[in-house]
Ligand binder design. Sequence first.
Ligand SMILES: Cc1cc2nc3c(=O)[nH]c(=O)nc-3n(C[C@H](O)[C@H](O)[C@H](O)COP(=O)(O)OP(=O)(O)OC[C@H]3O[C@@H](n4cnc5c(N)ncnc54)[C@H](O)[C@@H]3O)c2cc1C
Length: 466
Amino acid sequence: MDFKKIDEQDLVFFRSVVGEEFVLTTPEGLAKYAKDETEDLRFPPEVVLKPANTDEISRIMRYCNERNIPVSPRAAGTGLSANSLCIYGGVMLTIERLNKIINIDEQNLQVTTEPGVITEQLQNAVKEKGLYYPPDPSSRGSSFIGGNVACNSGGPRAVKYGVVKDFVLNLEVVLANGDVIWTGANVLKNSTGYNFTQLFVGSEGTLGIVTRIVLKLVPHPQYTLVMLAPFPSMEQAAAAVAATFQAGIVPSCMEFMEREAIDWVCRWLGDVTIPIADDVRANLLIELDGNDLDVLYKESEQLYEVLTRFDCGEILFADSDAQKADLWRMRRNVANAVKTTAVTIEEDTVVPRYRLPELLTHIKAVGRKYNFRSVCYGHAGDGNVHVRIIKDELTDDQWKNEVPKGVREIFEKVVELGGTISGEHGIGWVQRRYMDVKFPAMQLDLMRGVKAVFDPKGILNPGKIF
Ligand SMILES: Cc1cc2nc3c(=O)[nH]c(=O)nc-3n(C[C@H](O)[C@H](O)[C@H](O)COP(=O)(O)OP(=O)(O)OC[C@H]3O[C@@H](n4cnc5c(N)ncnc54)[C@H](O)[C@@H]3O)c2cc1C
């Protein structure tokens, strides 16, 4: 792609818009923004800009569009598909200064926020008013709500409440040419022309820059029951998932961890006190939530009956808030535990939940074929399994050239089972080479056509999705 390089004149303009201290050009300043949480990739931007508001972003976009300078929006940088990295250099535009919650509307159960608010802070702020924003990626302590919107993120509670798209009502967006639009209305129903709101959700910064977000909220549930159910095989644990829903039970979370995931996280955390018997091959971490404890206990008895049909061992019921927190700490740290102690890549498979046992069997068979070890875990209730593939003793050549063939075979199976190649992490830069597994060329052309309407010069986050 033929983009203009940034020169001194451009920097003078950027400083005049955002102020000198919010234009970074030194190698140290750029280093933090050269990477995210995907593997060990490094793509330094030419400049990092930290605008404070919509107007500044609009002026930057108008300028860059006229001069053909690429712009990649960035939130907290916790992405797992290299979707915010500046593959072609240019501007990294971080939204970290747009970090205010503008209004919590208790009458309409809505919140209007800037995109740079940390997900968990938004959840805590609405909780103080008795309200609940359920989408909770495991990175919620650091990811920004704007990044969540741009990735259509999920998380454990998606199984009952839905993913980010189910909560976004309206977005303020700066387009590639600097124009500013609101995509919808702050209402619960909308049947008015094309649905631009949902087009921007999950578009990974390739169509526009989100500067304000209106989210739907729900009342906060009063009680949760949290339990850890052990199984003698991955397949039995996975089969128990679909059976639970078939029995009419809808847990607020149903998370899967194969044995290796548990061992890895326990080693890494070092202080987990939860006993795991030797013959356990997989666990389901299950949460039920609601406002009536008697109903929840009755539901947990029903659940117990379902799980025992799949040879579930002794279930651990968390008997205190501290034990609940410990179980969740274990689950939420699996990715960190594996990736900080090994060279890995992560795939984000999703299939209809009743096909999970077949998928897991296939993943391990592909691993044996290509000699790689994998750690499987994730949001089983949604049929969404993360597959962390470990380099171990593989040569660089095997890692670069053989493992991707195995990944392709996993994705082919995923599609054959009725699923798709990313449930919540997005395509970004690293998964785009597999898009043909899911979509025929004609459909990819349609997507490129949509991109061209919003961003004719292709300056917004180039190198992503296609
Ligand atoms: C330990 C760990 C656990 C994780 N667990 C989960 C999980 O459970 N569920 C899940 O879904 N994900 C998970 N993730 C992935 C990641 O946290 C999510 O994708 C998250 O939504 C990214 O948010 P961010 O603020 O870090 O965005 P970034 O990584 O900064 O950006 C992500 C994408 O959003 C675009 N973007 C950012 N801001 C804007 C904007 N204002 N307008 C337009 N585009 C924008 C970027 O260009 C990029 O394409 C996890 C990651 C880690 C490291």
